[in-house]
Design a protein around this ligand. Structure first.
Ligand SMILES: Cc1cc2nc3c(=O)[nH]c(=O)nc-3n(C[C@H](O)[C@H](O)[C@H](O)COP(=O)(O)O)c2cc1C
Length: 268
């Protein structure tokens, strides 16, 4: 029993050691875009934490800015946001984002909740760029009643529905850091795992492209294999000829034993 426990401990120590030695994307080729809107700073704080967590990979950050600025006065903002939320087709103009969305492996979109919905400025961006077919994950801050904001954002991206989104109560960021850290850590680790898989798939694809480029070499190999195959087939024919001779010899022997060979000769 002691021996088994000892072995188990050594094995787990070995794996922990291996994990610590594993590079955290030091050679990664993956590219991430963080694009977010934040009026009072909570969503922005998460965007910064994400950037910090992914410091070893290429991350671009874009803050969505409305051409017509939102008021800093809370009551005024609430009023404007209410009007926006009631106008389903309204899409405010945003300051240009000079990024080629297609060049990113993963896009993280951040937004607050306004009157149970995503601010229209966020929808403006999501509907302008082509996110369809891209890996998009959302981080949303709210005040306890986010309703279907994430779903609305996913629909605006015309993309597959993902489970890897995060909803954060803005109060966690202010006075329940433990809860926030725990929730954020779990989410960002899932994102990192996803990025590692993307990286692995990309490396595999690169290897395959190299192999295809080296086709003439592969062709030569195939040719020599073919020659070897022909020899084998020839050999097999040789073998079957020998078998045939042996068979005929045996038939002759049996015929002689039965006295048939003579008759045959006679009838010939
Ligand atoms: C105009 C307005 C409307 C809001 N409506 C909601 C709401 O319907 N549901 C909710 O859970 N939180 C609501 N909130 C809270 C915000 O979603 C929350 O404070 C968020 O963290 C703000 O993000 P920001 O600081 O990045 O701008 C609202 C806040 C504002 C200013």
């Amino acid at each position: 029993m002691k021996f088994i426990l000892n072995a188990l401990m050594k094995t787990s120590l070995f794996f922990v050691g291996m994990m610590l030695m594993m590079p955290d994307f030091s050679e990664a080729k993956v590219k991430v875009l963080i694009v977010y809107f934040s009026q009072t700073g909570h969503t922005k704080a998460i965007a910064e934490d994400i950037k910090e967590e992914l410091k070893n990979i290429e991350v671009d950050v874009e803050e969505i800015k409305s051409v017509k600025e939102y008021p800093s006065d809370k009551d005024e903002l609430r009023k404007i946001a209410k009007e926006e939320s009631e106008n389903d087709t309204y899409r405010p103009e945003f300051k240009d984002i000079n990024r080629n969305v297609q060049s990113y492996d993963l896009i993280l979109v951040g937004s607050p909740v306004w009157w149970g919905k995503a601010p229209k400025i966020v929808l403006s961006v999501l509907e302008t760029y082509n996110f369809s077919g891209k890996r998009v994950r959302h981080f949303v801050t709210h005040g306890g009643d986010p309703k279907d904001t994430v779903k609305e954002m996913e629909e605006a991206c015309k993309n597959e529905i993902s489970e890897s989104n995060i909803l954060v109560h803005y109060k966690w960021l202010e006075d329940d850091r433990e809860k926030y850290n725990k929730t954020f850590k779990a989410w960002i680790e899932a994102i990192k795992t996803e990025l590692r898989w993307i990286e692995k798939a990309e490396l595999r694809e690169q290897k395959r492209t190299k192999e295809i480029k080296a086709y003439p070499r592969v062709g030569k190999k195939t040719e020599s294999r073919k020659q070897k195959g022909i020899k084998e087939i020839k050999g097999r024919f040789g073998f079957s000829k020998k078998t045939e001779q042996l068979k005929q010899k045996r038939v002759k022997e049996i015929r002689t034993e039965l006295g048939l060979n003579k008759a045959e000769t006679m009838s010939d």
